[in-house]
Design a protein around this ligand. Structure first.
Ligand SMILES: CC(C)(COP(=O)(O)OP(=O)(O)OC[C@H]1O[C@@H](n2cnc3c(N)ncnc32)[C@H](O)[C@@H]1OP(=O)(O)O)[C@@H](O)C(=O)NCCC(=O)NCCS
Length: 419
C-alpha cells in the first residue's frame, strides 16, 4: 500500500532532522509544551529522538515551525501476535504557526513514511484527547491509576524464594536489567524502548525530572539471585502542620510478571516508612494489583484514555492479530485519509488461529470508520460499545455480537510509559 507525499502549506518545506538540529528540536519542544528545563541542561542527557525518523516543517528552509518523529516499535505485541508499529511522537507546532494545517500536513507525512517502511499500525499518546480522532486514530487502550493508602491490604500470595533489593537508579547498573524485564512482557500495546538512548533515558535519573521528589529508586525482585521484576519510584517528602510525616510514593513504572512478584513488590511499596500513600503509574485495567487489593475502593481508581491506534494498512494489520471467537463477517469501512483502506472486506478467522482478510463485493454486515476499527484492534474497546454510541452500524442485526466477541481479548492492553 502506498501513499503520496503530503501537500505542504504555501512556502513550507519538509526537513529531515539530524543530530545537528538537536538544540533546535529541544527549543521547539519547549515552545510547544512550555517545558521548564533549560535546553542547555537537556542537551547534557542522552537524546531518545530517532533522528532517522524525525521531520520538521520550515517556513524558510532553516528555522523549525513544527516537527514530528516516530519510534520504530518493531514486532510489538497485539492480540495473539506481533506487528511493526510506528509510534508517533515529538509532535509540536510553535505557537506562532498553529491552526494553519501544519499538524494535518505532518500526519499525512507520518502515514506516508510509516507505510513506506511497511509499518501497518501507528500508536500514540495524545496530549489532548480531542486532537487525533479526526485522523482515524481510535482510543484502543484505557489505563488505570491508583492512589493507595499506606498498608492497603492485599490478598495473600506465597512469595517464598523471592528477595528484594532497593537501589538508586543508575544507567550503567540498571539499563539492561530494566530493558530485559520490560521486553519480556507480552501484553497488547506494551511497546518497549527501541534504542540504546531511549533505554538509558528511562533510567538516567536526572534531577531535571525530580519535581521536588527524591532521586529515582528501583526495587528489584529476585528469585535465586536473578531479577524477575521491578518498580521504579520516587518519594515526595511532606510534613503536615502538626509535624507528622505524610510522604507520597510515586511509582514511575512497574513490571510484575507473576503473582508472587506482584505481591512482593506492592507489599514493599505499600509499607515504606514516613509515607501515607502510594500513587501508581499507568496500569492495565486488569493489572494483578487490582485483583490483589482487598478493598479496591480505597485505592481511588481513575481510568484515562491511553493508547490511540491508527490502522494504516488494514488487511496487514487485521491478519497480524488473532481473534478469540469465530469470525466471518463482511465490513464496509470508511477512511477519508487513507482511501486504500476503504471499501468492503471479508474477515474470516477461527479462534486463536489463521486469519484471512480479503476484498469482497458481498453485501456488508457491519459499517464503520477506520477510527472505530482501530479502537477495537487491541481487544479492549468493544464494537458493541461503539455501536451503542452509534459509531458502528449493524446492517443485518446479526453480526455485531459475534464480531465484537471475536475482536475482544482476555488480556487488556496498556503501555507502561508515555512516548
Ligand atoms: C496540537 C498541535 C500539534 C496542533 O497543531 P496545528 O498545526 O495547530 O494543527 P492543524 O492546524 O493542522 O489542525 C488540524 C485539526 O486539528 C484541530 N486541532 C488542533 N489542535 C487541537 C487541539 N489541541 N484540540 C482539538 N483539536 C485540535 C484543528 O482545529 C484542525 O481541525 P479541523 O480538522 O477541523 O480543521 C499544536 O497546537 C501543538 O503543538 N500543541 C501543543 C503541543 C501538543 O499538544 N502536541 C501534540 C502532542 S500529542
Amino acid at each position: 500500500m502506498t501513499q503520496t507525499s503530503p501537500q505542504l502549506p504555501d512556502g513550507f518545506r519538509e526537513l529531515a532532522l539530524g543530530d545537528d538540529r538537536l538544540r533546535d528540536v529541544l527549543e521547539l519542544d519547549a515552545w510547544a509544551f512550555a517545558n521548564t528545563q533549560s535546553v542547555d541542561d537537556l542537551l547534557t542527557l542522552p537524546s531518545p529522538l530517532p533522528t532517522d525518523r524525525s521531520w520538521a516543517l520550515s517556513p524558510d528552509g532553516q528555522s523549525l515551525a513544527a516537527m514530528h518523529a516516530s519510534y520504530p516499535f518493531a514486532a510489538s505485541p497485539v492480540p495473539g501476535g506481533r506487528v511493526d508499529v510506528s509510534g508517533l511522537t515529538w509532535v509540536g507546532v510553535h505557537p506562532q504557526w498553529r491552526r494553519r494545517g501544519l499538524l494535518r500536513t505532518m500526519i499525512a507525512s507520518h502515514f506516508a513514511h510509516s507505510l513506506a517502511r511497511n509499518e501497518p499500525v501507528s500508536l500514540l499518546f495524545a496530549a489532548e484527547p480531542g486532537i487525533y480522532g479526526r485522523f482515524g486514530y481510535g482510543l484502543a487502550a484505557r489505563s488505570t491509576t491508583l492512589t493507595l493508602p499506606r498498608r492497603a491490604a492485599l490478598r495473600p500470595v506465597a512469595t517464598d524464594g523471592l528477595d528484594v533489593r532497593i537501589e538508586t537508579v543508575h544507567p550503567d547498573r540498571h539499563a539492561d536489567l530494566v530493558a530485559e524485564l520490560h521486553a519480556s512482557i507480552d501484553r497488547p500495546g506494551w511497546v518497549t524502548r527501541p534504542s540504546e538512548a531511549s533505554r538509558r533515558t528511562r533510567v538516567i535519573n536526572s534531577p531535571l525530572f525530580a519535581e521536588g521528589r527524591e532521586t529515582q529508586r528501583i526495587l528489584i525482585a529476585e528469585r535465586a539471585g536473578v531479577p524477575v521484576g521491578y518498580a521504579m519510584f520516587r518519594r515526595k517528602p511532606h510534613w503536615t502542620d502538626t509535624g507528622s510525616p505524610a510522604y507520597e510514593v510515586h511509582v514511575l513504572e512497574s513490571v510484575t510478571p507473576d503473582a508472587a512478584v506482584a505481591h512482593l513488590i506492592w507489599s514493599r511499596l505499600l509499607d515504606l516508612d514516613l509515607t501515607t500513600k502510594v500513587v501508581t503509574g499507568m496500569l492495565a485495567v486488569d493489572d494483578p494489583l487490582l485483583s490483589l487489593l482487598v478493598d479496591l475502593r480505597t485505592a481511588n481508581p481513575i481510568w484515562s484514555d491511553q493508547l490511540w491506534l491508527r490502522l494504516l494498512d488494514v488487511p496487514t494489520a487485521l491478519t497480524a492479530r488473532q481473534y478469540q471467537a469465530p469470525l466471518d463477517v463482511v465490513i464496509e469501512l470508511t477512511d477519508a485519509d487513507l482511501p486504500a483502506n476503504a471499501g468492503r472486506w471479508h474477515l474470516q478467522a477461527a479462534p486463536f488461529a489463521q486469519v484471512r482478510v480479503q476484498r469482497t463485493d458481498r453485501e456488508p454486515q457491519l459499517r464503520l470508520d477506520v477510527r472505530e476499527l482501530g479502537a477495537a484492534y487491541l481487544g479492549q474497546t468493544s464494537l458493541c460499545e461503539l455501536a451503542g454510541a452509534g459509531l458502528v452500524e449493524d446492517l443485518t442485526g446479526t453480526a455485531l455480537l459475534t464480531t465484537s466477541a471475536a475482536f475482544g481479548w482476555p488480556i487488556a492492553p496498556v503501555a507502561s510509559w508515555v512516548f
